[in-house]
Ligand binder design. Structure first.
Ligand code: SAM
Length: 474
């Protein structure tokens, strides 16, 4: 294809250019880019999760090998960089993005991602995007897409960032947010939790783009971490006594024997450590009745169930959503766990629990590396609704615990409103004692300031889990 090196004029998509003469049969879009585009549409149109839709789609269409790898890179990469790509696309357009057709915008995002963040040659990125636009929206948009992508390709990512990012002197967090392709409010929440907007903020945000290791949990009493590591070819995890780590994208683990037999499951090491922390706090008096107040889909309930079985305790697992309660049932087969479909704020269970876990619904800002599109879907306004629910669930947990009993409050988020804010407010109102959670994470460095524990992907290789431990005093 001939490269037109003249500076393209600013595309006018109010009057889309019509092709003078198009081929009778439009060129076929290659399977990798078609798959990536279809997942982007599902994410944009019906709030789908890219990491759930893509594997099914690749399987259905029998896309494998290099095509599957390209589809995965383009889909996840475009989802992660979406806000940054949109700023660049908007800078090339004479109107706001809202006037661009949704399918055309997704074509532009995919094309811009290839131009700015991959080694795909410019002509291949542009031609394939034009083909995709023709097949998705019709021939009349091809001129617009072609002109937009030519304009985007005039600069590399660094030059676009130099042009578009706020100056670091005036707005350091805004500058880092755009450079790491995160919304500013999330970068600010991370900065507040880390206590810095220096280099560690960049490291924390960049960790969201790294493909995470696969973490397995070896069910206590059923298989050891050493055995599981030997069977799966993984490494024993550095912190959790039940953990095994495998390289990113390790095979189809669901088919491996320990998983099929329920001896092991996929579970982030940070989640394992938070569930375990609840069980290691010293307790005076009985230690027989445990409660998991937000149990679906059952990862922590299964670990608690296995530990309860060893210690002679039983677990009640509460989950509000019926379909998620079914997942808990499946996860706790053969364990001393009873599942209840109920609202954790008033589950109708008899109070007096010795240990209670509140693994509360949260923004999930601590697991952005696992959800490519999540950073652009979450809104700052989500936080206040969630903190209200979190405080209600923690209050209910303390109501259900016995005096002297312990409650673990866990969220997969470092946002201070969801962590420190919720816990201190509920502790103040209820008179609960804040325990030093760090004592239940022995030999783990840099877990934050007492009395809480905040884990981080860039420090610990875990999700950014938060854990507080409270003792009921009255
Ligand atoms: C962070 S997830 C829990 C993850 C789970 N502990 C695990 O390790 O697999 C929060 C769960 O709380 C449930 N939930 C939301 N509101 C609830 C409520 N009012 N009562 C009980 N469960 C609730 C959600 O449906 C979701 O399954």
């Amino acid at each position: 294809m001939r490269h037109d090196r003249r500076k393209p004029s600013r595309p006018d998509h109010s009057r889309p250019a019509r092709r003078k003469e198009g081929p009778k049969t439009p060129p076929k879009v290659d399977p990798a880019r078609q798959a990536a585009f279809d997942v982007l549409r599902a994410v944009s149109e019906r709030d789908a999760y890219a990491n759930l839709v893509l594997p099914d789609l690749l399987r259905e269409r029998r896309i494998s090998g290099r095509d599957a790898a390209l589809a995965t890179e383009l889909t996840y990469g475009t989802c992660r960089a979406r806000g940054l790509l949109d700023e660049i696309i908007a800078a090339c357009s004479d109107r706001g993005l809202s006037s661009v057709d949704g399918a055309v915008l997704d074509v532009l995002r995919l094309g811009a991602y290839q131009l700015l963040r991959t080694r795909v040659p410019e002509h291949a990125a542009v031609t394939s995007s034009v083909d995709l636009a023709r097949s998705a929206a019709g021939s009349y948009v091809t001129g617009f897409v072609n002109a937009m992508l030519r304009r985007i390709s005039e600069k590399d990512e660094r030059r676009w960032l130099d042009e578009l990012a706020p100056s670091p002197e005036k707005d350091r967090i805004g500058n880092i947010a755009l450079r790491t392709a995160h919304p500013r409010w999330i970068a600010r929440a991370f900065a507040e939790a880390l206590g810095t907007s220096g280099d560690e903020l960049t490291a924390a945000l960049e960790a969201d783009d790294a493909r995470p290791d696969v973490h397995l949990v070896a069910r206590p009493g059923a298989i050891s971490a050493d055995e599981l590591a030997a069977i799966t070819g993984g490494d024993v995890a550095p912190y959790s006594p039940y953990g095994v780590r495998l390289p990113p994208g390790s095979g189809d683990l669901a088919e491996s024997e320990p998983m099929r037999e329920g001896l092991a499951a996929v579970q982030d090491e940070g989640s394992q450590l938070c569930a375990r922390a609840l069980t290691t706090v010293p307790l005076d008096g009985p230690d027989e009745r445990w409660l998991d107040l937000c149990a679906g889909p059952g990862g922590k309930a299964a670990l608690l169930g296995a530990l309860a079985s060893i210690q002679g305790a039983t677990v009640d697992a509460v989950e509000q959503a019926e379909h998620r309660a079914k997942l808990v049932e499946h996860a706790v087969t053969d364990l001393p766990v009873t599942v209840h479909v109920a609202d954790g704020r008033d589950p109708g269970l008899e109070a007096g629990y010795d240990r209670v876990l509140v693994d509360a619904p949260c923004t999930g800002l601590g697991a952005l590396r696992r959800r490519p599109e999540a950073r652009w879907r979450r809104q700052p306004s989500d936080v206040s609704d969630l903190t209200k629910l979190q405080a209600e669930l923690l209050t209910s947990a303390l109501g259900l615990a016995r005096v002297g009993g312990v409650v673990a409050y866990v969220v997969c988020s470092p946002h201070l409103a969801e962590t420190d804010g919720v816990v201190r407010e509920v502790a103040r109102r209820s008179g609960a004692e804040l325990l030093d959670a760090r004592e239940q994470f022995p030999d783990m460095p840099d877990v934050g300031d007492a009395p809480f524990v905040q884990l981080w992907p860039h420090r610990h290789g875990t999700d950014a889990m938060f854990c507080a431990l409270l003792r009921k005093t009255r």
